[in-house]
Ligand binder design. Sequence first.
Ligand SMILES: Cc1cc2nc3c(=O)[nH]c(=O)nc-3n(C[C@H](O)[C@H](O)[C@H](O)COP(=O)(O)OP(=O)(O)OC[C@H]3O[C@@H](n4cnc5c(N)ncnc54)[C@H](O)[C@@H]3O)c2cc1C
Length: 311
Amino acid sequence: MSSNCALKELAALIGESARVDHPLGAMTTYRVGGPAGVFVRLETPADIERVVAGLSQVPVPVLVLGAGSNILVADEGFEGLVVALGPGFADMELSSEIVHAGGAVPLPRLARRSAAYGLTGFEWAVGVPGWLGGAVAMNAGGHGSEMATVIVRCGVVDLCTGHEMVLSSADLELGYRHSGLHPWHVVIWAELALNRGDRAESEALISGIVRWRRENQPGGSNAGSVFKNPPGSSAGHLIEQAGLKGHRIGSAMISCKHANFIQADGAAVPVTSSALIDLAREVVAERAGIVLETEVKMVGFTAEQDRQPAR
Ligand SMILES: Cc1cc2nc3c(=O)[nH]c(=O)nc-3n(C[C@H](O)[C@H](O)[C@H](O)COP(=O)(O)OP(=O)(O)OC[C@H]3O[C@@H](n4cnc5c(N)ncnc54)[C@H](O)[C@@H]3O)c2cc1C
């Protein structure tokens, strides 16, 4: 745990761009949760240098935040440094079959731009509300594809050393909603290889995906799939079989539309969502003998709430 003193010292070292006790909830799609001990929006390489210099003197836990669409933050918040990429990392360049984009580019925008440019292979990402950096870190995917299929390489800054590395798809060790990146690694850009396609076909595919999402997934405050699908099974199906569809704790509810989604209403608090996660895991373990592993990143919870099944 980092002390308040250490966090204030770190903020002073980083300078003007550092915010102490900065609220995180509104920066996540669940829209709940406490503050970051220190928060810095990275707009330029100089911001990164200041963070690296600060961390070298006051090392504290680091969390890189993207669009916050796969994160549940505890009421206690995150006692460390949270960094997020700013608009300076949201450029896109498209050429014949290569897309080069910054880590803060929203996936739906990149999917639509690629399709409009006559490129195919990234339409699936229109329904994933994260940013490119977070998608690389999570190996986001859907509709039969994933980042691992399209990524060629990416630029990663190590906030502990300040080194910028160019990592290939193999270097990233991408697996199911997993990469080998560390919490102090920031994906600042990525390059994707797509195929020449037909603009009208890609745009029709995108419309179909958007329609399918509306029909099959809930809106409101959620963070997508709460659990990873266990091998050969579906977490949503297991939760539904356990009779938990529509189950509510306080202002958080297991979605009636898709049982692997937890919806938080306006007044929800993180602990109610986290209690539902624990409940679903326990009931499914009892009934099906399968211990579900969270896909959502639990930030700032106690070790007990944040536990993952042993591998
Ligand atoms: C309605 C809805 C539908 C969704 N559908 C899908 C889906 O179909 N498929 C799917 O895979 N996911 C889905 N998600 C989850 C989420 O959108 C993805 O996991 C997305 O890739 C997360 O990106 P983010 O920018 O929001 O990352 P965050 O949620 O901010 O962070 C997620 C993880 O990535 C790390 N991270 C974020 N940015 C960076 C960066 N620049 N460098 C290094 N690490 C970083 C964080 O530290 C954290 O560990 C859905 C979410 C919602 C709300």
